[in-house]
Design a protein around this ligand. Structure first.
Ligand SMILES: [Zn+2]
Length: 679
């Protein structure tokens, strides 16, 4: 058979031979991969010897490599370079793949062997890394209900099925409500204040909806956000705000009030069935935060620290509104973005466009790579021998300080058809060390959607695109420095509330003059970015920071209020919500609005009892970066410690253990307060 997935690649560093892969290679390779993994699992369960770490846990860790090889490429390309044929294959294979995964996680003979090893773990003299792999493997089964009685297993399955159909219904309802709404504007007067780009988009939407000559505003973010920020028409802002914030609680088939109640109760039941007192404890067992108390401590500490500043920020905005509209003006939620934008312009007059000439992509790239060289001594060499999946993609060999090969890095910067929006880091191959001690190095990719070059201008990035680059590059460093024995705990395979530390810490460099001075020059004149401009970036970066923090905290409190419940919820969702986040609200709240019914993150998106992670990660990155600030932002000893204790360790130890080894103590909120100008 001539299927590249089913034979050795024979490429430099064993990189994926993209040119040789034909669309028809995926399905047979996936099916063969599943067959091989089934065989590997059967070898484990059919082994007549006593279960040991080697013949069970390690064998399970090594199983499925052939399947992994093809699915990694398939799912990466579905995001980065897709087409109808690839979508079709994925759609066809997804049910088979999830059935395959279920068959393994529900395999009772396999679990019996894993449990046998787990039960004698104290006597096995495992290394910390082996111990962690064993626990991870065991917990994976248990959290899927493997340890339950037959009767409870049936209940578990029933609850899981109800949950998955209700989460689907929840998001479908939300989508239908969002798509079902339009605000039709008939006169130019109603467009007052809107920027040209928003007006064009509204006209385009009207055209698509057959409302020629009108303008249509929708509840989708690219339409809603600019309207709330710029529209001079207060009544229209109010109409749109109320439409947005009452989605899914109207008296129609898309109402989510009852579904919220059901989702929350089902998750509680599921957690209690598995022996946890509530759903938050179930989730947090696999997080750095560990317990609800720690999450509440974070939320409360931040609330206390930021509230005075947030009140001042609101006062300043209210004062501006009264100056413009009259002394009796009452600032309402639909006024906030509008007057905040006006205040921001008055205070900073920072034009994103004016910065672009200093951020030409090739210079930014040299700056970011140069930062890694300065910190870690690693170097990047483009190698055109390495196959790529699109001509826009560049492939680099990355070498360590001593010249040894570290990783392959792909960069893919610009939007095109077939690439989804946003920015992300991913791996085409993860890192592991085999039983002979051979260290198999990773192949990492950063994918963005940056402004493209035009006929007469190179690609000039916005400041926020520079931040995005640093962020994804931080994830890439986490992947490239990976140095662990087991693939499943390598690189970015860490707890959810820890994974953004390596990425967010890099964003701190974007407002450091010392760093910007290394690369930010005008693409035409070569003149370095003016210091005064950098200062304005720094100042503007903290505009309304406390108000924004309280908003994030309100979502965190709401999330925790739903998922720390230990008894069934019955009652008024809206009232419960308002009670839960009451301390975070600085503006009057209209009675009819409701967030929970459209809060996809925590109801259907995997952030249940996890919304706090955003703030948690910010505290971590600020605290960790403060070490760089103290020792000098390019300090190589600090960088070495960050690499050794955090970036290279993946998930081989509890994140707090790793963090303390780098920091010498647990994180505090002090550095974040300082960065945000709160203290
Ligand atoms: Zn990230």
């Amino acid at each position: 058979m001539n299927n590249p997935f089913l034979q050795p690649y024979h490429t430099l560093h064993d990189t994926t031979p993209f040119q040789q892969i034909r669309i028809e290679d995926y399905e047979p390779a996936v099916r063969e991969g599943m067959r091989l993994e089934d065989e590997e699992i059967q070898q484990i369960t059919g082994n007549p010897e006593e279960p040991t770490f080697q013949n069970t846990i390690l064998a399970l860790e090594h199983a499925g490599k052939a399947l992994d090889r093809v699915t990694t490429v398939l799912f990466n390309l579905l995001s980065a370079e897709t087409c109808d044929a690839l979508e079709e294959i994925a759609e066809k294979l997804t049910p088979a793949l999830s059935e395959h995964a279920n068959n393994i996680s529900l395999n009772e003979q396999l679990f019996a062997r894993v449990k046998a090893v787990y039960d004698k773990r104290e006597s096995l003299q495992l290394t910390p890394e082996e111990r962690r792999l064993l626990e991870k493997s065991y917990d994976g089964f248990v959290r899927n209900g493997a340890n339950l009685s037959e009767e409870d297993k049936a209940t578990f399955r029933k609850l899981s099925m109800e949950l998955s159909s209700l989460t689907l219904k929840f998001s479908q309802n939300h989508l239908k409500e969002t798509n079902g709404y339009e605000l039709v504007l008939h006169t130019e007067d109603e467009l007052a204040g809107l920027p040209e780009s928003a007006i064009e988009a509204a006209a385009h939407t009207a055209h698509e909806k057959g409302k020629e000559g009108c303008w249509v505003i929708t509840l989708q973010a690219p339409s809603y956000v600019p309207f709330m920020k710029y529209s001079d028409k207060r009544e229209l802002r109010k109409t749109l705000y109320m439409a947005y914030n009452t989605q899914c609680c109207h008296d129609n088939e898309f109402n989510n009030l009852k579904i919220v109640e059901q989702l929350v109760n089902l998750r509680m039941e599921l957690a209690q069935l598995l022996g946890f007192k509530n759903y938050a404890e179930y989730v947090l067992k696999k997080r750095m935060a560990e317990h609800s108390e720690n999450v509440y401590k974070l939320l409360n500490d931040l609330l206390e620290a930021y509230t005075p500043t947030a009140r001042q920020e609101v006062e300043e905005i209210r004062a501006l509104a009264r100056e413009l509209e009259g002394e009796d003006f009452e600032l309402m939620p639909w006024d906030f973005s509008y007057y905040a934008e006006k205040l921001k312009n008055r205070k900073f007059s920072l034009d994103e466009e004016a910065l672009r000439p200093y951020f030409e992509l090739s210079r930014v790239k040299a700056g970011v790579f140069g930062l890694a060289t300065r910190l870690y001594g690693i170097t990047f060499k483009e190698n055109k021998e390495i196959p790529v999946y699109h001509p826009d993609v560049q492939a680099y060999e990355v070498f360590d300080r001593d010249g040894s090969f570290l990783a392959v890095l792909y960069t893919d910067f610009h939007p095109r058809e077939g690439k989804r929006s946003g920015a992300w880091m991913t791996s085409y191959k993860e890192q592991w060390i085999d039983d002979n001690g051979c260290n198999s190095r990773p192949h990492v990719s950063v994918t963005m959607n940056f402004t493209k070059a035009t006929k007469d201008k190179p690609a000039l990035l916005t400041f926020s695109e520079v931040n995005t680059f640093l962020h994804e590059f931080g994830h890439a460093l986490h992947g490239m420095f990976a140095n662990t024995r087991f693939q499943s705990m390598s690189g970015t395979n860490v707890y959810w509330d820890f994974v953004e530390l390596p990425s967010q810490i890099m964003e701190n460099f974007a407002i450091e003059k010392e760093f910007l001075n290394t690369f930010a020059c005008h693409y035409q004149t070569g003149e370095p970015i003016p210091q005064e401009l950098i200062q304005r970036i720094v100042d503007a970066s903290n505009f309304n920071v406390a108000y924004a923090c309280l908003r994030q905290l309100s979502f965190g409190f709401l999330d925790m209020a739903w998922y720390t419940r230990q008894s069934k919820f019955e009652g008024d969702v809206k009232a419960y919500e308002k009670e839960a986040w009451q301390r975070t609200q600085l503006l009057p709240q209209p009675k009819d609005t409701c967030m929970s019914v459209q809060f996809g993150h925590i109801m259907s998106g995997g952030y249940s009892a996890g919304y706090y992670s955003y703030k948690w990660a910010e505290v971590l990155d600020a605290d960790a970066f403060s070490v760089f600030k103290e020792t000098g932002i390019f300090n190589q000893d600090t960088a070495r410690s960050f690499r050794e204790n955090i970036l290279s360790k993946g998930g081989t130890e509890h994140p707090m253990t790793l963090y303390k080894r780098f920091r010498g103590q647990e994180p505090t909120i002090e550095a974040l307060l300082k960065r945000n100008g709160i203290k």
